[in-house]
Design a protein around this ligand. Structure first.
Ligand SMILES: *Cc1c(COP(=O)(O)O)cnc(C)c1O
Length: 423
């Protein structure tokens, strides 16, 4: 199936007489006829549902759809994008381990990795995503277990050279984990460029209507854990916390996701409610239509801003004068995303005046849904960061993050016009 068809059809195939639409299994638990049968489920000897924290049919169907869209072999949903990012690292890193991460990642991820994971004894080195391979290699240590980056960074809109990151990660025997939230699998499938694991905040374009916070992790099944047995003993040696199972032996290409479900989710419990997964699935059905429209509208808005003398700069990789245009042409030839960042002349003060004058575009802590919205990262999402960290994250004090919705582009442009007139 082609990707537009997968958006509609993947994940759930009803049998004769079953519900046409994915049902919401709003049940914490599932019933069995014998003690022994349920025991086999606990031992991972048999597939079956027993408790929603570990697996739920609605959640599984939606995870399977996202897995199919990304071209992976196994996937899981989480209750938020933050949980997905956390689990993707914590599944293979213990206290005393280290990983390498692009410095331009989302502010929440930057804080999770740089502060919270550090408190847990997992160390990170942030690297400039534009650095060359030699420079990136310097960040690796004997205890490095993963490399992490975003296809299109939120909100810096840096387009990652995924092949470069994959080469460096693989040269050091570790998997590349890519947060593909802004691109979505409609515009880029990182596995096709060498990434090993993909994470999402499904809260954004996938849900698309700003109804449900959620996340997902998908494994390509391509990383050879056994070839780096010593580094990844958590997957290649018996897990005493799960009856001595060796994940790579028992689950093959599904080893990483099975371990994430059987241990990290079991113990930390960041599951989405089946009802939220149902809403996410409705969003996914129209993902390809909406993403195309977001990109088309964003291009019009970016071109308008680019030609406006009250605007000091525009970042949008779909513009031919953008620093990341060439990388975008390679990795995202059908469009990047609906998010634009730009600076208004007059710095922070003008930025705030502009934002407060918008009528259609709403000030919300959100991006990437159907409604046009706007945010000032330096005073909102990134306010915990100091000036140096802001700079490393690609966020200047005048940066406005503008998320172009799927309304008529002319109405969005007219709203920007009247707000610029107020400055
Ligand atoms: C929003 C976002 C997150 C965090 O996701 P939540 O669903 O808000 O927890 C992680 N990564 C990126 C790129 C994001 O845009």
């Amino acid at each position: 199936m082609r990707i537009d068809t997968k958006c509609i059809q993947s994940g759930y195939t009803p049998e004769n007489g079953e519900a046409r639409v994915l049902p919401i299994y709003q049940s914490t638990t599932f019933k069995y006829g014998s003690t022994e049968q349920m025991g086999r489920l606990f031992d991972l000897e048999e597939n079956g549902y027993f408790y929603t924290r570990l697996a739920n049919p609605t959640n599984d169907a939606v995870a399977a759809k996202i897995t199919d869209l990304e071209g992976g072999v196994a996937g899981m949903l989480t209750s938020s994008g933050q949980a997905a990012c956390f689990y993707s690292i914590f599944n293979i890193c213990n206290a005393g381990d280290h990983f390498v991460c692009s410095s331009t990642v989302y502010g929440g991820t930057f804080n999770l990795f740089g502060v919270t994971l550090k408190k847990m004894g997992i160390d990170v080195t942030f690297v400039d995503p534009d650095a060359d391979e030699e420079e990136l290699s310097k960040a690796f240590k004997p205890n490095t277990k993963a490399m992490f980056g975003e296809t299109i960074a939120n909100p810096a809109l840096v387009v990652l050279d995924i092949e470069k990151f994959a080469r460096v990660a693989h040269n050091h025997g570790v998997p590349l984990i890519i947060d593909n939230t802004f691109a979505t699998p409609i515009n880029c499938r990182p596995f096709e460029w060498g990434a090993d694991i993909v994470v999402h905040s499904t809260t954004k374009y996938m849900d698309g209507h700003a109804t449900s916070v959620g996340g997902a992790i998908v494994d390509s099944g391509n990383f050879d854990w056994e070839a780096h047995k010593d580094k990844f003993q958590c997957l290649t040696t018996p897990d005493e916390s799960y009856h001595g199972v060796v994940y790579t032996e028992k689950f093959g290409k599904a080893a990483y996701i099975t371990k994430a479900t059987a241990t990290v989710m079991r113990d930390l419990g960041s599951i989405p409610s089946p009802h939220n997964a149902f809403l996410l699935n409705i969003g996914l059905e129209t993902l390809s239509l909406r993403v195309a429209r977001h990109c088309e509208n964003a291009k019009k808005v970016a071109e308008y801003l680019n030609n406006n003398d009250k605007i000091s700069w525009v970042n949008f990789a779909g513009l031919s004068n953008d620093k990341y245009y060439d990388l975008a042409q390679k990795y995202l030839p059908n469009g990047t995303c609906g998010v634009i960042s730009f600076g208004v002349k007059g710095g922070r003060e003008s930025a705030v005046k502009f934002m407060d004058s918008l009528k259609l575009a709403a000030i919300v802590t959100h991006v990437a849904d159907a409604r046009t919205s706007v945010l000032h990262p330096a005073s909102h999402t990134h306010r915990q960061l100091n000036d140096e960290e802001l700079k490393a994250a690609g966020v200047t004090p005048d940066l406005i993050r503008f998320s172009v919705g799927i309304e008529d582009a002319q109405d969005i442009i007219e709203d920007i016009q009247q707000a610029l007139d107020q400055i």
